[in-house]
Design a protein around this ligand. Structure first.
Ligand SMILES: Cc1ncc(COP(=O)(O)O)c(C=O)c1O
Length: 372
């Protein structure tokens, strides 16, 4: 166990409980800045923690731009007075009106969003025009994940050019997220980034030559932002999310990112010992993210050779050669495999510093709606 994880007296911590280790979060924020050279080149994604206090820590470290995926996250960022907020999610239907309302309600923040289709863009332009507000829209480029976006090329170029002709919309550049680039060896990630960037840079150059401004390009997540950071691209911003808290999977997969330490754990207690070799913890999949495969959703730090054999909503049953040593009420610590959806399962996190609980931070934008 990392020495930071030692908690002197866990008896008042409810289980299952989410723990945030403040010193490690601060270190991860500095690590992120170091990788890109300056906070001005960073636009961290708030979805990992959804927490006002971490946004403020980032602000204190000089970070003024944030990325988010939901209206609630955007509103939380605005309430934290973040100057530049990018809602990197296509606005459709009533969310277009909500986006316009955000712009009206929080004039101290500049909001932007992304789009990839003429129909969605029209819905957004109508909502912005109706509210009499303007926002930057970045064209979302599909660089291989095939989740959202449009491939770089002539259709994408035309769509980008069309943005300038719509009321309320200001062309804001290109959004280039490569969430599929999870190659474990760094050299493979570097090669993949280089290859996928070629058509994007070609399109950017074509637009610029034609006099269409591309003010910024927003790149990557944790696995590839250090690769983009080494490139000299005008208007480039890097948008890692996970590394602020980091987790077991990223720590395990990306050895080149070893400066990022998992800064969130789960405290769980034994609730039962149903058979001689089994121990049951109060760590169901309503407390730890279940998008990793069953059996691989968390790693126990202080239960020897624990093998998860059954995972229900509120129960995690493990087999361990030490099962007989455990009593109901015993405390164990587990590292989530995927921290972002894990933090969203908790109303608040216990904040740990120097082995003590020093605060509780509300996971404020886990709610879908704050006020808008
Ligand atoms: C659009 C977008 N940008 C940035 C990120 C951050 O990526 P990571 O969590 O790998 O740091 C994500 C993650 O889901 C994302 O969807």
């Amino acid at each position: 166990m990392h020495s930071e994880y030692t908690i002197k007296d866990p008896s008042r911590i409810f289980s299952p409980g989410l723990l945030f280790f403040k010193t490690l979060i601060a270190r991860n924020i500095q690590g992120m800045i170091k990788r890109v050279g300056s906070p001005a080149r960073l636009r961290p994604h708030v979805k990992t923690h959804k927490t006002r206090e971490i946004v403020r820590m980032e602000r204190d470290a000089g970070i003024t731009k944030q990325k988010c995926a939901t209206i609630a996250e955007a509103e939380m960022l605005a309430q934290c007075e973040v100057p530049d907020i990018m809602l990197s999610y296509p606005m459709v239907g009533p969310n277009c009106d909500r986006f316009a309302e955000l712009i009206k309600k929080y004039p101290g923040s500049a909001f932007s969003t992304i789009a990839d289709h003429a129909v969605g863009i029209k819905q957004l332009a109508d909502a912005l025009a109706k509210a009499n507000v303007r926002a930057e829209v970045l064209l979302d480029i599909d660089v291989g994940q095939h989740r959202t976006g449009i491939a770089a090329g002539s259709a994408a170029r035309q769509l980008y050019e069309s943005l300038a002709r719509l009321p309320g919309i200001v062309p804001g550049g290109l959004h280039v997220y490569d969430g599929h680039n999870h190659q474990h060896p760094l050299e493979e990630r570097q090669a993949a980034v280089k290859q996928m960037l070629e058509p994007v840079m070609q399109m950017r150059d074509d637009l610029t030559k034609a006099g269409v401004p591309v003010p910024r390009m927003v790149f990557g997540g944790t696995p590839t932002f250090p690769v983009f950071a080494t490139m000299d691209i005008a208007g480039a911003e890097c948008s890692p999310g996970t590394c602020v808290l980091n987790d077991f999977n990223y720590g395990n997969w990306f050895q080149d990112l070893s400066e990022f330490t998992p800064a969130a754990l789960l405290l769980t207690r034994v609730i039962s010992r149903p058979t001689p070799n089994r121990v049951t913890f109060d760590l169901g999949y309503k407390a730890v993210a279940s998008d990793p495969p069953a059996g691989k959703r968390c790693t126990f730090l202080n239960v020897r050779d624990a093998v998860a054999v059954l995972h229900n909503e509120e129960h995690l049953v493990v087999e361990t050669p030490d099962a007989e040593r455990y009593q109901p009420g015993d405390v164990a610590y587990a590292m989530p495999s995927h921290v972002c959806p894990t933090s969203a399962l908790h109303k608040f996190a216990y904040v740990i510093e120097n082995g003590q609980v020093v605060d509780q931070w509300h996971i404020a934008s886990r709610d879908r709606v704050l006020t808008i």
